[in-house]
Ligand binder design. Structure first.
Ligand code: BGC
Length: 446
């Protein structure tokens, strides 16, 4: 089992729409997630993020909990519609004030503030104008980045402009399972380019404002082929190209994987120069590997992706309450693969998200014994130690998530937090995993 260096950065991650609530307060505009949640049937429990964990009113509690954990860094997201209610134009200073106070509160406890600028809550007026299918949305994102940087760059530490462009592309515009709920199949591909362009424009704005450190937060899954047949190997390679490489290579290599660049709109070659501006870190969100095949499995209701591959169920591993396979070694495999693929072009890696849904609730004395989460995090940290032993430059780990929160299309039915939230009373109860993570962080410092 590999060990982690004494200066390894431990943190937690959250996202605005998943925790803040306060959706109508201090001049916040609407986002695509407010609109999406209004549609009947799209959220498993019919809920929304209107209240969520009420962090808009309780950031003091969040900060106190993080101070107790002893984390070095907090990755949170700024809600674009709080800052620019119309998406661009008039700046809402009251919205920015919330993040200003949050940043100061974190610094007062020695916690490095690490903002993400887009964790999926696109202002509704921008979606009405075409959303991420339009190049103009990337330009608006660059303007918004400049506004936030102007307020926070003097104190914020690591910046991660866009969270998971691949998930927004595929779930938001490809299948429609997420907001804005457009099911365009391959027609979603322009979204990928515009999110990457938005990243590039945000990086330029952040650099101009003197941001301390800039990265990205890309979701990656190692793609396994369902068999050694040439068809399955080809399906897996295509899946890897469209899910992982399409989003990593423009940033790291200044190029799209072969064949894919031709399918994208705009002055792609020129844009790639912006998109590939050097970064200080490469953020990786990892949950599990995927198994890809050329055809659906026998008797299996394989989910069609609208792309020339099918996902099969990965057997032989424990599963989370979300029914996702638990494969800690997939994290080692992933960061070693990134290291081997991209060599000197790859900045130091930070795991910007990793965690599991474990819906264990309070027992009769109020204790939340989420031992599966403890095992999950412990084993993934061990896997990172192994990756470091194998040459990967991994500097930090942000656990997902501080609190049980609004889990997108699954509403409040999947709990990822170190802290249990009773969504009726908003009572917060640290789980066993909270105490375990606190002790793990302290032990690592030695
Ligand atoms: C997202 C989070 C989400 C988590 C668990 C990640 O892809 O960034 O917002 O809660 O997965 O589904």
């Amino acid at each position: 089992m590999g060990t982690l260096p004494a200066d390894f950065v431990f943190g937690v991650s959250t996202a605005s729409y998943q925790i803040e609530g306060g959706v109508s307060e201090d001049g916040r505009g609407r986002s695509v997630w407010d609109d999406f949640c209004d549609r009947p049937g799209v959220i498993a429990d019919g809920s929304s993020g209107a209240v969520a964990c009420d962090s808009f009113h309780r950031s003091g509690d969040d900060i106190a909990a993080m101070a107790e954990l002893g984390i070095a860094a907090y990755r949170f997201s700024v809600a674009w519609p709080r800052v620019l209610p119309q998406g661009r134009g008039q700046v809402n200073q009251a919205g920015l004030d919330y993040y200003d106070r949050l940043v100061d509160g974190l610094l007062a406890h020695g916690i490095r503030p690490c903002p993400t600028l887009f964790h999926w809550d696109l202002p509704s007026p921008l979606e009405a104008a075409g959303g991420w299918l339009e190049r103009d949305t990337a330009l608006a994102f660059g303007e918004y980045a400049a506004v936030v940087a102007d307020r926070l760059a003097d104190r914020a530490d690591m910046w991660f402009p866009v969270n998971e462009p691949n998930v927004v592309t595929y779930l938001g515009y490809g299948t429609g399972a997420h907001a804005p709920g457009r099911a365009l199949g391959l027609g979603a591909l322009p979204v990928a380019h515009h999110l990457l362009l938005g990243h590039g424009l945000a990086v330029a704005a952040l650099r101009a404002a003197g941001a301390a450190s800039i990265g990205c937060a890309n979701h990656h899954s190692p793609v396994w082929a369902a068999s050694e047949s040439p068809e399955d190997e080809a399906a897996a390679a295509f899946c890897d190209a469209t899910f992982n490489r399409l989003f990593a290579e423009p940033i790291l290599l200044g190029a799209y994987p072969e064949g894919l660049g031709d399918m994208l709109p705009g002055p792609v070659a020129e844009d790639l120069q912006l998109i590939s501006a050097p970064l200080d870190s490469y953020g990786v969100n990892y949950y599990n590997p995927v198994l890809a095949a050329a055809t659906p499995g026998p008797g299996e209701a394989a989910e069609s992706t609208g792309l020339p591959y099918f996902f099969r169920r990965i057997e032989g591993y424990p599963r989370t309450d979300f029914d996702w396979p638990v494969v800690p070694d997939g994290l080692r495999e992933l960061v070693v693969q990134l290291t081997q693929r991209y060599g000197d072009r790859l900045p130091p890696i930070y795991i910007t998200e990793n965690g599991c849904s474990d819906n264990t609730g309070p027992d009769s004395v109020g204790r939340v014994a989420d031992s599966r989460r403890i095992d999950y995090v412990a084993n993934h940290l061990d896997a990172l130690g192994d990756a470091i032993d194998q040459g990967a430059d991994v500097r930090g780990y942000f656990q997902w998530s501080l609190l049980d929160n609004f889990e997108w299309a699954d509403g409040y039915a999947q709990r990822f937090g170190l802290i249990h939230v009773d969504f009726d009373t908003l009572t917060r109860t640290p789980k066993d995993s909270f105490a375990w993570y606190r002790d793990r962080i302290a032990a690592n410092r030695g």
